[in-house]
Ligand binder design. Structure first.
Ligand SMILES: [Zn+2]
Ligand SMILES: [Zn+2]
Length: 291
């Protein structure tokens, strides 16, 4: 687990090496810090899975829960929402005026934050669309502020749920064993084992070293990757069977503390390149970054 101090150091190191990301990091590193701080005081009702149900999930290789079953510390999420609006006001010029408006409106009857959090949790697209229209704010921005505010609760919850995975065989599948969502990035640990990170609850799990994590295709004619010589720690894997891509960080090549979201946000140029080549990532659609 990375400390807040290490997170600051990693962010400063990346900023020094890649000045193009200075402005983005000025904003996002502060969000990550606020999220980590928020995690320390969060109180989520633990999700309980009855033993019989757990057996069925194990037998059929199903995720532990549906994402709607996560519990949120609403008070803490509301507090974080205000903090993130303040950060956006100060450090994200394109989000600035909407952030100010959202913070002000969240204090009134017309906009209830719990409605926003629950709509994200329950994947209620039409509620989100209506809410965005009512507030006259682009939907992806609304989801960005909402998701960033509940992310620490989701992580606390998924950390609690990890206890149920201890006796489970490693499924090595391309979906999150906790909540069933897609991965949005991959990494190789110091021993060269490949892990994935869930785009929704940030749980990390081990998978096979080779093959596409989305469709399980293992035909080398269909699997390719690209990387740049200046950034040996990153690789982007492309699958010509399902046309998904995934970014991979090789931890053997970095000398900073690894904070997945930090690496994710400072490799947007790789997402652009993969998309230009005609690939998508099923995992990034859920909580697309907003700048
Ligand atoms: Zn998950
Ligand atoms: Zn594939």
């Amino acid at each position: 687990m990375i400390t807040i101090e290490q997170l600051k150091q990693s962010s400063d190191l990346i900023k020094k090496n890649r000045p193009a990301y200075q402005l983005i990091l000025d904003f996002y590193a502060r969000i990550f810090l606020a999220q980590e701080q928020s995690k320390q005081t969060i109180e989520c009702r633990p999700v309980i899975i009855e033993p019989d149900l757990l057996k069925i999930k194990q037998k059929y290789e199903m995720p532990l829960i549906d994402q709607s079953e996560f519990t949120i510390d609403n008070k803490s999420a509301e507090h974080l929402f205000n903090t993130i609006c303040d950060l956006a006001y100060e450090f994200a010029p394109k989000l600035s005026s909407n952030a100010q408006f959202l913070k002000k409106t969240a204090k009134t009857e017309s906009f209830n934050l719990e409605t926003l959090f629950s709509a994200i949790l329950n994947n209620q697209d039409s509620t989100l669309r209506d809410l965005a229209r009512l507030l006259n704010i682009p939907e992806h921005e609304l989801v960005f502020f909402g998701y960033a505010s509940i992310a620490p609760s989701l992580r606390i919850c998924s950390e609690q749920l990890e206890a149920y995975l201890i006796d489970m065989p490693d499924l090595k599948k391309g979906y999150c064993p906790v909540c069933g969502n897609h991965p949005d990035m991959a990494f190789l640990d110091k021993d060269g084992h490949r892990h994935l990170k869930c785009c929704f609850c940030a749980h990390e799990w081990l998978v096979k070293r080779m093959g596409c994590v989305f469709c399980d295709n293992n035909d080398k004619d269909y699997q390719q990757y690209f990387f740049s010589d200046e950034e040996k720690e990153y690789r982007v894997h492309l699958c010509d069977n399902c046309h998904n891509y995934i970014k991979l960080v090789d931890l053997r090549q970095i000398d900073r503390a690894f904070y997945p979201k930090l690496e994710q946000i400072t490799t947007l140029h790789l997402d652009i390149k993969a998309k230009e080549k005609g690939y998508t990532n099923a995992g990034t659609l859920a909580n697309d970054v907003s700048l």
